[in-house]
Design a protein around this ligand. Structure first.
Ligand SMILES: C[S@@+](CC[C@H](N)C(=O)[O-])C[C@H]1O[C@@H](n2cnc3c(N)ncnc32)[C@H](O)[C@@H]1O
Length: 335
């Protein structure tokens, strides 16, 4: 069993070890589709941009490079360790950025409380960063013997251990099927319930690996279970829907929205939001006359998703599943 002290100290210890590394060993995270994202955002000097998922600040730094002189970036992240890492990386760009520890699900309030006004571009780079996977001490990786936490924001909410140790078998199976698209959801849920309680990511990975089938794509058998738990712990899909809904009206006319997603559940939400907001009428086809009064807010720029080049996929294997979509705002907000 992991003691409460170990549970609270493990993330801090891992971050301190990471911070003690020589500077050439950091940053951990290679920003994915960096050039493509900057182009998608159409970053220009004097522009005002929001990076909803600053992580280790890779994309934020790229935006700052191009929006100065005169520009500003509001960068946020739900993970306080990411905010600290971004602060270290971006220090020399003071005072041209504002870093906020918060969720893009509250984007409207965050923008309002910082009196940021409307934006020339908003970026979402979803998923988790290499820092979180390799050095957060929060059990995101099935390869690590860390407490099974998986929260981006550790200020509250249930951990992954709370979920696997308390959900009914059926609820667990549903979660694994819905958020992990795991074909062996029922068998894995049964094995989890028989073996629990779990303290660490490695304990859970061991049980799941015994039951789950290795996939044809060569991904680790515990990948889908870990993805499902992370999505559930962080309420990722609802937050994405809410974040996109809040972001669109915050764009200036001609302002760009760029979203990089890493699995089909995320991409489906992005595609749906882009499609809906690029249409005038959204009445069901059986309604003879429009009653919705919906007004198109977006023009879709990327008819097909943008994916990393073969070169980037080799250089940065974590980019492999990335899919980027870009849209442009048609009307402004009244502020
Ligand atoms: C792929 S990483 C971003 C990496 C970053 N673009 C870079 O170049 O370093 C995704 C980040 O999104 C953050 N995140 C996840 N959900 C969030 C939310 N609801 N609000 C804000 N940040 C969130 C995670 O904590 C993580 O740091």
């Amino acid at each position: 069993m992991i003691s409460t002290d170990e549970r609270t100290l493990a993330p801090k210890k891992a971050i301190m070890e990471w911070a003690r590394q020589p500077m050439d060993a950091v940053p951990f995270h290679q920003p994915v589709l960096l050039e493509e994202a900057l182009e998608g955002l159409a970053v220009r000097p004097g522009g005002r941009y929001v990076d909803c998922t600053t992580g280790e600040g890779g994309h934020t730094e790229g935006i700052l490079e191009r929006c100065l002189p005169g520009g500003h970036v509001l960068a946020l992240d739900a993970d306080s360790a990411a905010v600290d890492a971004a602060q270290r990386r971006l220090n020399s760009y003071q005072p041209h950025f504002t870093l906020v520890h918060g969720s893009y699900a509250q984007l409207g309030d965050i923008i309002a409380s910082h009196q940021f006004g409307s934006a020339d571009g908003i970026l979402f780079d979803l998923g988790l960063s290499s820092l979180q996977l390799e050095a957060s001490g929060r059990g995101f990786s099935f390869r690590r013997n860390e407490p099974l936490d998986m929260r981006f924001d550790t200020r509250g909410g249930p951990t992954a251990a709370d979920i696997v140790n308390s959900y009914h078998q059926e609820e667990l199976a549903r979660l694994l099927r819905t958020y992990g698209e795991e074909p062996r959801a029922r068998s894995i849920a049964r094995a989890i319930v028989q073996r629990r309680p779990f303290d660490t990511a490695a304990q859970l990975a061991e049980v799941v690996t015994r039951v789950a089938k290795p996939s044809r794509g060569g991904i680790h058998p515990a990948t889908r279970t870990f993805q499902a738990l992370r999505i559930a712990v962080n309420n990722e899909l609802d937050n994405l829907q809410t974040g996109l809904e809040q972001a669109i009206p915050l764009l200036k006319p001609g302002g760009r929205l760029v979203v990089i997603s890493y699995h089909s559940l995320e991409d489906r939400i992005v595609k749906g939001a882009f499609r809906r907001e690029s249409k005038g009428c959204i009445c069901p086809p059986e309604v003879p006359q429009c009653v919705c009064d919906h007004v198109a807010q977006l023009r879709i720029i990327t008819r097909k998703v943008i994916t990393p080049s073969a070169n980037e996929r080799v250089r940065n294997p974590r980019s492999r599943s990335a899919r980027m979509r870009v849209a442009e705002h048609l009307q402004g907000i009244t502020q």
